[in-house]
Design a protein around this ligand. Structure first.
Ligand code: GTQ
Length: 351
């Protein structure tokens, strides 16, 4: 055993005496505060849709969308239980809406994305325009925009909600309001935003309607998946990502939301991806096909096998590699725009 440091009693007395004055010594915590590499408390996790779905449907019996305001089961990182967070900065949940229901209109400073997991025919309304949901569609609710959801479908509709809730909580910058009306009045025809912004063209002399957020509020899967299929057919896949595209704000070429990046990727059949790591922890939603991801190094390695509608999280700076025997399509989102805005984003391709 090491002999106690000669000034140890001095130190202990110092700590005790200054404690009531809200002072604490940096040197006891310096290495944890300024770690040599990211030390996230988040752990990798997988939510199998077959396991989750019965609980979602039970939630549908236990509470109406109206009463819940948003009927969502939160995907909580197993190491962050009670914090409503899937990573330190991001929130994810699965929202259920049943035929005829309305999730009433409100707005908040948190930005939201919806990625449709199951069912067609529900809608979300933003700023007087409704968009109909289909599996694989990527839909945006900009910060502080009124939004309500509803369903004229004849089946349950489930989507993944991705929000920057923990980030906004960190900055203590959250505001929210309920609308006077339950459902927004429809003032614009469905597809108007897409016609204006979704065809590699843009209005002349018009200010961006949602500031730093994309003016396209639905990116239909039919279009995104067609791009991936063509690229899979006509171009060589990337060694790490397969065929991967990012969603863009057409007015800037940048990320669709100021706090959240979103991606769609296709792993060709037989794909064995090379490993990579990145500072932005990412949440994945599987659209079609099957595959697996191996996360971590050495003894801490974990393999998660995924299929359609499963969700998983790869935490910050964890080495990961994707593979797929039969091919698959996977959506993902992360807080990369914030890392990049701060100049702290890092990624590494490993071999
Ligand atoms: O749909 O507005 O999952 O406000 C969490 C908070 C969804 C929403 C969530 C929300 C919403």
């Amino acid at each position: 055993m090491n002999a106690p440091h000669p000034t140890a009693p001095l130190r202990q007395q110092l700590y005790a005496d200054m404690h009531p004055h809200n002072l604490t010594p940096l040197w006891e915590v310096l290495h944890a505060l300024v770690p040599p590499r990211p030390q996230t408390p988040c752990v990798p996790a997988l939510w199998k849709y077959d396991t989750i779905r019965p609980y979602l449907l039970r939630a549908g019996e236990a509470i109406t969308a109206e009463e819940a305001v948003r009927r969502v089961l939160i995907l909580e990182n197993p190491a962050l239980r009670g914090q409503s967070a899937i990573t330190q900065s991001l929130y994810a949940g699965l929202q259920l809406i049943l035929p005829g229901e309305v999730a009433p209109s409100h707005r908040h400073t948190q930005s939201a994305l919806r990625f449709i997991v199951e069912g067609s025919g529900a809608y979300t309304a933003v700023d007087g325009e409704r968009t109909t949901m289909h599996p694989g569609d990527f839909i945006i609710t900009p910060s502080w925009a009124w939004h309500d959801h509803g369903s004229d479908a004849d089946e349950p509709v489930v989507w993944l909600d991705g929000l920057d809730i923990p980030m906004i909580r960190f900055f203590d910058a959250g505001f929210a309001e309920n609308d006077a009306q339950r459902s927004q009045q429809v003032t614009r025809k469905e597809g108007e935003s897409f016609a204006r912004y979704g065809h590699n063209m843009a209005p002349v002399n018009a200010a961006p309607p949602y500031g730093a957020t994309s003016p396209i509020f639905s990116y239909p899967y039919a279009r995104s998946s067609e791009a991936l299929e063509r690229l899979e057919r006509d171009a060589p896949p990337d060694a790490v990502d397969g065929v991967k595209l990012r969603y863009v704000n057409p007015l800037t070429g940048g990320w669709p939301m100021p706090t959240i990046a979103a991606f769609l990727q296709k792993l060709p059949a037989g794909f064995e991806g090379r490993p990579w790591r990145q500072t932005d922890g990412a949440v994945f939603s599987v659209v079609e096909g099957e595959g697996s991801v191996v996360i971590g190094d050495g003894d801490a390695q974990q393999r998660l096998d995924f299929g359609p509608r499963d969700h998983f999280v790869v935490p910050s700076w964890h080495t990961a590699r994707l593979s797929s025997r039969r091919g698959c399509v996977v959506f993902s989102f992360s807080d990369r725009p914030v890392h990049q805005a701060l100049g702290i984003h890092r990624e590494e391709r490993l071999s």
